[in-house]
Design a protein around this ligand. Structure first.
Ligand code: F6P
Length: 319
């Protein structure tokens, strides 16, 4: 293999740049040319290619976002869009593609694979909602970002003796809410996988009140419930001052944690190794301390759910 392409697609995640760096430097180390595709699949359709060299990825390991830019590309889901992309791939002499992103990114990569392009997927999304891997690039950083927010909100919640509802991202999954909630000592955690009733949250608040505790942190994953409605209901039913804080897009940015940089570096290098060994249609995954790989099609169709034990533990530790 003489020339490979690399793209990031879907929501950006801290650590994507570290993965880009690892792919580029590993490829160059082995004498393989790398082309960056800008704005994910949009760049494939528009032939927005960027030759990458050692210097192109200098000073990016610590930066959030993605230097290749990213997008969600509807045109790529149509036959016509994909045909354009395939022509461009051929014209550019690209022999393999590494796609960094989440579920949508991988489904796009599989379409290219079907058309004969060898693809490797690197899981990069803050949501951690990719099966077969215990962590996705960006997840550790977002948990720390949310934790920092919880710590700060707790200061004001305590001072004002208020209830705080904090909404976090996660699409249809509750990984961010659960891990940040457990680490941050949230009194209640509401996630799509095991939705709590508002009355259960109120019972938790009441239990705190009975022992003189007048503040409470309630973490809600965006896919679990309408945080505004929940806040209103708590306020009306308890008569306590209740505030809502939607953390929003600050969760997607920021300097990647050490863990995310390590994961990205290891997965990025291994993605290149796989292509050079003639492997195709594989997805990188973290399993304990090991980087493994699975058939991409099979992997994304497995299920993955949050730890029920952690949810129970969070409930037990917040009494
Ligand atoms: O997939 C990452 C994510 O940040 C989700 O947590 C969130 O629901 C979504 O992307 C937001 O997407 P957009 O950038 O299109 O608003």
């Amino acid at each position: 293999m003489k020339k490979i392409a690399l793209l990031t697609s879907g929501g950006d995640a801290p650590g994507m740049n570290a993965a880009i760096r690892a792919v580029v430097r590993t490829s160059i180390y082995y004498g393989v040319e790398v082309v960056g595709v800008r704005r994910g699949y949009t760049g494939l359709i528009e032939k927005d290619f960027l030759p990458l060299n050692l210097g192109s990825v200098a000073d990016i390991i610590q930066r959030g976002g993605t230097i290749l830019l990213t997008a969600r590309c509807d045109e790529f889901y149509k036959e016509e869009g994909r045909a354009k992309a395939l022509v461009n791939i051929k014209e550019e002499g690209i022999e393999g593609l590494i796609a960094i992103g989440g579920d949508g990114t991988f489904r796009g990569a599989l379409e290219l694979e079907k058309a004969g392009v060898p693809v490797i997927g690197i899981p990069g999304t803050i949501d951690n909602d990719i099966p077969c891997t215990s962590a996705t690039i960006g997840f550790d950083t977002v948990v720390n970002t949310v934790l920092d927010a919880i710590n700060k909100i707790r200061d004001t919640a305590t001072s004002h003796e208020r209830i705080f509802v904090i909404e976090v991202m996660g699409r249809k999954s509750g990984f961010i809410a659960l891990e940040a909630g457990l680490a941050g000592g949230a009194e209640s955690i509401m996630i799509p996988e095991f939705p709590l009733k508002v009355d259960d949250i109120i019972n938790n608040i009441q239990r705190g009140l009975n022992r003189g505790k007048k503040h409470s942190i309630i973490l809600i994953a965006e896919g679990a419930a309408d945080a505004r409605e929940v806040t209103k209901e708590i306020s009306e039913k308890t008569g306590l001052e209740t505030r809502l804080s939607i953390l929003g897009y600050i969760q997607r940015g920021g300097m990647p944690s050490a863990q995310d940089r390590l994961l990205a570096s290891r997965m990025g290098a291994e993605a290149v190794n796989l292509l050079l060994r003639g492997e195709r249609k594989r997805m990188l995954a973290l399993d304990g301390e090991q980087i493994r790989n699975f058939d991409l099609d099979w992997a994304i169709n497995q299920s993955k759910t949050v730890s029920l034990e952690d949810l129970r533990l969070a409930g037990m530790l917040s009494i």
